[in-house]
Design a binder for this molecule. Structure first.
Ligand code: ATR
Length: 280
């Protein structure tokens, strides 16, 4: 039986084994998805060993997504620009590194994108998740982006990398308190900071009224963040990060199995994830 691995530290609470094994079983694929806690010190050696043990691929999660670049003999363009790898595909002599976070996020917003013709993207944060999101939105034709980060220099570094790929893009780098003044009609807001993972803090203060046709994509899942709650209380439409988690999983599985993403049972995977949180 082929194996697929999740490599990270920690991995114990990850939903990926549940989601991926649900899909593998439903597809009748003779493969199993397993999670392994791997230290930074061991990471490269573990990746080198896995294909020899019959593994067909791996997901990489916190904190190894950047280190994983070094484990790859080939990288997709999007993994290069995003500067991080979440999917490794093992093929005979090669280790291909890809990043499916952005495409998974974009697809999770299909309904919102059909309902609202987004004119601009406003990203809170400038880490790995922000890179994936901004790259993907630009790739899909949203050419106006505001990057808001506590450390504005980090947002500027991200903008420089994005301009190499999208020289025509309008990218504005700002501090988080500028949020309200930048929130216009037709804005897709994406919350990628780690603030809200544990406590009840929000990276930004919302205006007293939201403009029309704005949407909040909160990447944190499994708990309602303060920002999500406040946005919803103001009547704003929003989603949490569960859709992105499933979306990136769908695309990774398609790559490992050599199938089209449309063949992967995304709905079933989402249902399995929602059940874990007792959500309908
Ligand atoms: P990831 O790869 O998941 O995006 P990361 O690279 O560690 O994670 O990035 C974390 C993001 O959360 C950064 O944008 C970080 O801001 P800085 O670049 O200024 O560090 C943001 N962040 C973390 N703690 C924060 C806080 N207390 N207030 C505001 N932003 C915070």
């Amino acid at each position: 039986m082929a194996t697929i691995w999740l490599l990270g530290d920690p991995v114990a609470h990850s939903l990926s084994p549940l989601i991926q094994n649900t899909a593998l079983e439903s597809l009748g694929e003779p493969a199993v998805y397993l999670a392994a806690r791997v230290t930074e010190e061991d990471f490269l050696q573990v990746v080198e060993s896995l294909p020899k043990l019959g593994a067909i691929g791996a997901n990489v999660t916190v904190p190894h997504k950047v280190l994983a670049l070094q484990a790859c003999s080939q990288l997709t363009d999007r993994a290069k620009v995003i500067g991080a790898v979440n999917t490794l595909i093992f093929r005979s002599e090669t280790v291909l590194g890809d990043n499916t976070d952005g495409v998974g996020w974009w697809e999770s917003l299909r309904e919102a994108r059909e309902a609202i013709n987004f004119k601009r993207l406003l990203v809170l944060g400038a880490g790995g998740a922000a890179r994936a999101v901004a790259y993907t939105a630009l790739e899909h034709g949203i050419s106006e982006v505001a990057l808001l980060n506590r450390t504005v220099g980090r947002a500027q570094a991200l903008a420089e990398d994005l301009w190499k790929q999208f020289p025509e893009a309008r990218i504005d780098c700002r501090d988080l308190p500028d949020f309200s003044s930048l929130l216009e009609a037709g804005t897709l807001v994406v919350q990628t900071t780690s603030l809200g993972l544990h406590g009840d803090e929000s990276p930004v203060k919302l205006p007293s009224m939201l403009p029309p046709n704005v949407f909040l994509s909160e990447l944190i899942y499994g708990r309602e963040t303060r920002l999500l709650r406040e946005f919803r209380d103001l009547g704003g439409r929003c989603s949490d990060g569960l859709g992105m988690l499933v979306g990136q999983a769908v695309h990774a599985l398609a790559l490992w199995l050599g199938r089209r993403p449309g063949e992967i049972p995304a709905e079933l995977m989402l249902q399995a994830a929602c059940c874990r949180f007792n959500r309908a």
